[in-house]
Design a protein around this ligand. Structure first.
Ligand code: NAP
Ligand code: ZN
Ligand code: ZN
Length: 348
């Protein structure tokens, strides 16, 4: 067993605080990673505060992990000590079901999430990346493109793949009008990817102070979603809309913006249900679907795409002990556009 410093929440209402946790000794197929940076996803906050109802405490969030390999088991083939690697939202799966065989491990009924799942090695909940090290089976470790700034690439491991995957699945490309709702960690990557895929990109934001950034990040147009006239001007015009909002909001307003057979995919995971009205969906045969992160092959594909096109996230680096303030700022939509923890700050 290895001891490592970490930050954990003791209950749904307690702030995160320093602690020590155990990691397993690397097995033959394991990779031990010194965590250098970890992105701060809104899911971390939902989870730390038990907004989804399945959190076990103490809880260590963090699933946008990048670091350096410090040890490998005897059977590890793909990685060696010193390699720069990433770990996202998954650390294992059953490997035998149709989803796993299709490289869609995120839909495996027995997937093991980086935090909040059962760690069969330790018979305890898995603990995430707000820590100095982690041990992960090699098949769930990603290779980081050498040309990317490592801290700015960390959020690709969740915010990146969660937006890349549905845009790919719905074949977003040239000639299409695509909407991205919410300019947070996910939304800003949605804008960058939709633009890189050649679509006409429209950002929907509730924050008037994000208009210039939205355009700088790649949106052709920015709509203030609280302005009914601006919304109405886009009625019946979108091929695809990706909704990355973390809180309850009126999703029906966006259905009305879709063309016939247009699709709205939800990746945001608000604490409370979103009411869906029938008419905006049944008229024009619009569809509404969801999407969950992405599988391991597609995550590697996304990282390689980002390496090739020099795409990273716009980040604000924080110290580990600034995490509680960062959560409060995230709740106020005051993040440009992803907090990333410098894990060296956990040493001091
Ligand atoms: P975030 O950085 O906090 O961004 C959320 C954005 O939503 C905000 O910046 C804001 O954008 C908008 N927003 C917030 N409150 C709003 C409200 N009341 N009404 C309308 N818009 C509001 O969060 P994130 O890390 O991108 O995550 C977004 C959501 O996706 C979270 O629920 C998270 O748990 C979920 N998620 C899902 C997956 C998946 O696999 N499906 C993966 C990761 C995260 P504006 O200021 O531009 O309006
Ligand atoms: Zn996430
Ligand atoms: Zn499986």
């Amino acid at each position: 067993m290895n001891h490592t410093k970490a930050y954990s929440a003791a209950s749904a209402t307690s702030p995160l605080a320093a602690t020590n946790i155990n990691r397993r000794q690397p097995t033959a197929t394991d990779v031990q990673i010194e965590i250098l940076y970890c992105g701060v996803c809104h899911s971390d906050l939902h989870f730390a505060r038990n907004e989804w109802g399945f959190t076990q405490y103490p809880a260590v969030p963090g699933h946008e992990i990048v670091g350096r390999v410090t040890a490998v088991g005897g059977g590890v083939k793909k990685f060696k000590v010193g390699d720069t690697v990433g770990v996202g939202c998954l650390v294992d799966s059953c490997r035998t079901c149709p989803d796993c065989h299709s490289g869609l491990e995120q839909f495996c009924t027995n997937m093991v999430m980086t935090y909040g799942s059962l760690d069969k090695h330790l018979n305890a909940p898995t603990l995430g990346g707000y820590s100095q090290s982690i041990v992960v089976t090699e098949d769930f470790v990603l290779r980081m493109p050498a040309n990317l700034n490592l801290a700015a690439a960390a959020p690709l491991l969740c915010a990146g793949i969660t937006t890349y995957s549905p845009l790919k699945h719905w074949k977003v490309g040239p000639g299409q009008k695509v909407g991205i709702v919410g300019l947070g960690g996910l939304g800003h990557m949605g804008v960058k990817f939709a633009r890189a895929f050649g679509a006409h990109v429209v950002l929907f934001t509730t924050s008037p102070n994000k208009v210039a950034d939205g355009k700088r990040l790649g949106a052709h147009e920015v709509v203030i979603s609280t302005d009914a006239a601006q919304m109405a001007a886009h009625a019946n015009s979108f091929d695809f809309i990706l909704d990355a909002v973390s809180a309850t909001h009126d999703i029906n307003a966006y259905f009305n913006l879709l063309k016939r057979d247009g699709n709205l995919t939800l990746v945001g995971a608000p604490e409370k249900p979103l009411p869906v009205a029938a008419f905006p969906l049944i008229f024009k045969r619009r569809s509404f679907s969801g999407s969950l992160i992405g599988g391991l092959p597609e995550t590697q594909e996304m990282l390689d795409f980002c390496g090739k096109h020099n795409i990273t996230c716009d980040i604000e680096m924080i110290r580990m002990d600034e995490i509680n303030t960062a959560y409060e700022r995230m709740l106020k939509s005051d993040v440009k556009y992803r907090f990333v923890i410098d894990m060296a700050s956990l040493k001091s």
